[in-house]
Design a protein around this ligand. Structure first.
Ligand SMILES: [Fe+2]
Length: 406
């Protein structure tokens, strides 16, 4: 082999090695991108209490690195709205208002496909950018990557279709996630509306207790919040409050609407409502969590309640909460045979019955937030009065002993 041939061979080897290195780098980069997309997919778990941007807050930093951007911005919701969701990663060189102004400036260019710009943008600390719409047939927001983090690449080329396509893949996954959250929310609203329709059908049978279930639900949720329960627990207690008297649907009108003292037979008929409600809701899987509260909301901690004469902590926690809220609303709301008693008097009765009729500790917690609960009740009654005029017959200052079936 001549020297010239050896030189050619050497330079071919060098070129091959360089090509191999480039290929290895590209493979490593592709692997990194695929790994990221896989992590993104596994992170997007639909949770009923998921916060809109929460799953992306951490991943955005990683995505920012993978696409070699100095900063990355995620907008969720209508970009025209000042209150749209916003998460940023990287050097955070632009505050919300400035980054949003940049999206507004280029959104028409990015309406159909990723928009890549590799030149300085006047008025913004930006030398290059990628803008992508997060869309699943509906607009969910925008992804904005700014300034290539690799100074050499930035000077040479800036952003390319490689980074834009990766961002597009991430945006597609985010769009699916947001769409799924929307569908979940619609399903939950439909469910709550159906429950409310059922409860309204029960409450409408006795116009004088109209709104009782919803007020009890609101009080129970407020008390749960005050105690510091999780959002899921608070919502379960709200739902339980809505449904606690649903079994009254099977109680005859003559008994349900009777103003005078109930006979033993009538009382026994109405005392069936917790068990009837329990049986009605039992086949509905989604309502299983409310069953203990529905069945036992008339138990008393001294064991004198019904249907099972449970005592103390034998009574399910939700039922002990419901019993307090139920009693407070029964005492303070107007009935045809009496006017609702003043808030302070009802509070006093609850305090006196703590430890005998109602759970001592939970009653104390109720009393701590009683002012807020009173406001909730007053606002509710004000709203109700707007839609119908309530006439209280035979107003009376004396408190008729609370009927156990309220
Ligand atoms: Fe009840």
């Amino acid at each position: 082999m001549t020297n010239a041939q050896a030189d050619v061979a050497t330079s071919a080897e060098v070129a091959l090695m360089s090509e191999n290195e480039e290929l290895a780098t590209q493979l490593a980069k592709s692997f990194e991108e695929l790994s990221f997309l896989r992590r993104l997919a596994s992170t997007l778990v639909i949770d009923r209490v998921a916060v809109e941007n929460e799953p992306f807050a951490e991943l955005l930093n990683e995505l920012c690195e993978v696409v070699c951007a100095s900063s990355l911005y995620l907008f969720h919701g209508a970009i025209d709205d000042d209150r749209c969701g916003f998460v940023s990663a990287g050097d955070h060189s632009m505050p919300f208002a400035l980054a949003r102004a940049l999206v507004l400036a280029y959104r028409s260019d990015a309406a159909q496909r990723p928009f890549v710009l590799n030149k300085p943008v006047e008025g913004f600390p930006v030398e290059s950018l990628i803008l992508i719409k997060i869309n699943s047939g509906r607009d969910h927001g925008w992804l904005l990557a700014c300034n290539h983090a690799d100074q050499h690449a930035a000077a040479e080329l800036g952003f390319s279709s490689v980074e834009a396509n990766l961002l597009l893949s991430a945006a597609s996954m985010m769009a699916s996630h947001y769409r799924n959250l929307e569908l979940l929310r619609q399903k939950e609203h439909l469910f709550t509306d159906m429950v409310r329709a059922l409860v309204n059908a029960v409450d409408a049978r006795d116009p004088y207790t109209c709104g009782h279930s919803e007020r009890v639900a609101m009080y129970a949720r407020r008390l749960a919040e005050h105690i510091g329960l999780s959002q899921a627990d608070c919502e379960r207690l709200y739902l339980t409050g809505l449904l606690h008297d649903v079994g009254k649907i099977a109680v005859p009108d003559a008994v349900l609407r009777k103003c005078g003292k109930l006979s033993e037979v009538e009382f026994n008929a109405i005392a069936q409502h917790p068990r009837i409600g329990y049986r009605m809701l039992l086949p509905v899987n989604a309502l299983r969590p409310v069953l203990p509260g529905v069945l036992h909301h008339h138990e008393s901690v001294d064991g004198t309640g019904y249907p099972d004469c449970l005592a103390g902590e034998e009574i399910p926690f939700d039922a002990r909460i419901l019993a307090i809220c139920d009693a407070y609303d029964a005492m303070t709301s107007d009935r045809p045979y009496r006017q609702g008693m003043p808030h302070d008097r009802a509070i006093q009765i609850l305090a006196n019955g703590a430890g005998t009729q109602w759970d001592r500790e939970l009653t104390e917690r109720f009393l701590e937030c009683a002012d807020h609960i009173r406001r909730i009740g007053e606002q509710y009654v004000d709203q109700l009065a707007l839609s119908r005029e309530i006439v209280v017959e035979q107003p009376c200052d004396d408190y008729a002993p609370m009927r156990q079936f309220s």
